[in-house]
Structures are given as C-alpha cells and as structure tokens.
Ligand binder design. Structure first.
Ligand code: NAD
Length: 261
C-alpha cells in the first residue's frame, strides 16, 4: 500500500524534541524523506535514531541551525534542495516560551529573544521555502501558533504576541500563495505534554510543579493534556495533500480549551 508521504520531502524545524520529533516519527512511518532542523545537534541525533527504529529505510538529513538566523535558514533550505531536489512540505515548528512574568516585569531581552525566534524564525522559513514551492506549483506549510495565538495567557506577553504574529503571518502567506497550489495553515495547540511545557510548570509551581499541572488540567474540558503524537497526526493530515482546500486556517488542538471562558 502506498503511504501519503511516499517520496515527499518534508522539512521540520525544532525536530529534536516534543512536537517536532513526534511529527518526524509520524511522517517517517508514512514514507517521507525528512530534513530535520534544530539548534541542538545531539537532540537531532536522538530523533534520527528513533526514526530508524521504526522506519529503517527512512531518508533523514540533519541540519543544525538557529531559525532566528537568516543565513542559517537559507543554509537549511539550500542543503535540503541539494540533497532531495524539492520541498513538498514544511513544518515550521521551532519555538520557545520565554519567562512567566507580568508585563511591567517582563525582561526586555527575553521579550526580544522570544519574538526573534518565534516570529522571525517562522518568517524566514516561509520567505525561503515559498519561492521553491511556487516554482513547483505545489506545497503545504504548517506553522505552529498556540492557544496563546488565539487568546491571552497570563504572564506570557512575549509568547502571546509572537504566536498572534504567527497566526497573522500564516493568514497573509495563505492569501498570497494559495494561487500557486500551496496551502498554508497554523495549528494552535493547547497544553501538550513536552519538555517545554514541563519547564513552564516548573516556573509556575516551583517545587509544587506537579500540583500546578494537575490544577491546569482540571479546567480543560477534556481533563487531560494533549499528546505530541495527536498533534503529529493533525500535522500529517495538513501536510499530506488530503486537505489542500484548508488554507489560512488557525486550527486549535486543545481539548476545547480555547472555546471556554
Ligand atoms: P520543545 O522545547 O520540546 O521543542 C522545541 C525544539 O525547538 C527543541 O528541540 C529546541 O532545541 C528547538 N529550538 C528552540 N529554539 C530554536 C531555534 N532558535 N532554532 C532551532 N531550533 C530551536 O517544545 P515543544 O513543546 O515541542 O514546542 C514546539 C512548538 O510548539 C513551539 O513553537 C511551541 O511554542 C509550540 N507549542 C507547544 C505547545 C505545547 O503544549 N507543547 C503548545 C502550543 C504551542
């Protein structure tokens, strides 16, 4: 049986951990040729190892890059095209959370770092990949926003500003590039249990971080965290070509959290 991603080339940023790693495993199972990008080269090796355990014949390129460095973005795009000759799909996922603090106490350096990675990283990725997809006449992009790209989140001004920007970039790119057969969407995950989220609860709860996690879940309509592989399956659908007419959407995957007040 042919898989949805047989022969397709997919770039994933932030592929060394969490949501990026989960999507890499999902797409490798479905036959994708992967170009995996992360700041942390050791974590990329871990992802590769996990992929080869479930898909021993998978084609995997690893590129170490900081997505907020425009030259490094050009380099990961160039290396991918040199190896595979095309780019069918792009999971523009790398991002950081920053600190938890009310706005007046929010460290400006941290604010700039969060917006640099979360906004510029997403922008540069699309800037260098969309022309290649336009030339091909096809492609799919999934940018990673957050429920914090739809609603406010207490004490997270930089993160919320950056994720609203991701939603805006997504909608703009979608109306500019839809005519070339490219679909561009964002996902808005709620709290999915990854290293980033555990770090966040450690900041909020200190020694009692596990209690803080339990409190948080208690107000989610589904009373649980999301799982990285659930997000991976949504991303696979959006990148597969099965959902081509979904364009410019910001899709929550949050157990209903963003619908309640
Ligand atoms: P994570 O910390 O587990 O993984 C993020 C990966 O991105 C890491 O491997 C890290 O090394 C890499 N990275 C960080 N900065 C980078 C940079 N400048 N250049 C290249 N790589 C970099 O986090 P995660 O939970 O998997 O988050 C992935 C994305 O999903 C982020 O954009 C995050 O904001 C978003 N998100 C996560 C959740 C959640 O609940 N986990 C919810 C909403 C949105």
């Amino acid at each position: 049986m042919s898989e949805r991603f047989d022969g397709k080339v997919v770039i994933i940023t932030g592929a060394g951990s969490g949501l990026g790693q989960a999507a890499a495993l999902e797409l490798a199972k479905e036959g994708a040729k992967l170009s995996l990008v992360d700041l942390n080269d050791a974590s990329l090796e871990v992802t590769k190892k996990l992929i080869l355990e479930i898909a021993p014949k998978a084609d995997v390129l690893l590129v170490t890059a900081d997505v907020s460095d425009e030259e490094a973005v050009k380099n990961y795009v160039g290396k991918t095209v040199s190896k595979y000759g095309r780019i069918d799909a792009f999971y523009n996922n790398a991002g950081i959370e920053g600190k938890q603090a009310p706005m007046a106490e929010y460290d400006s350096k941290v604010f700039n770092k969060v917006t640099d990675i979360n906004i510029n990283g997403v922008f540069y990725g699309m800037k260098y990949i969309l022309p290649i997809m336009k030339e091909q006449g096809s492609g799919a992009v999934v940018n990673v926003a957050s429920v914090g790209g739809i609603r406010a989140v207490l004490n997270q001004s930089a993160y919320v500003a950056s994720k609203h920007a991701v939603a805006g970039l997504t909608k703009t790119a979608a109306i500019e590039y839809g005519q070339y057969g490219i679909s561009i969407n964002a996902i808005a995950p709620g709290v999915i249990l990854t290293a980033m989220v555990e770090g966040s609860f450690r900041q909020i709860g200190g020694e009692n971080w596990e209690e803080a996690m339990a409190d948080f879940i208690s107000v989610n309509p589904m009373k649980r965290f999301g799982k990285p592989e659930e997000v991976g399956r949504l991303v696979a659908f959006l990148l597969s070509g099965e959902s081509e007419f979904i364009n410019g959407a910001v899709i929550p995957i949050d157990g209903g959290q963003s619908s309640q007040y």
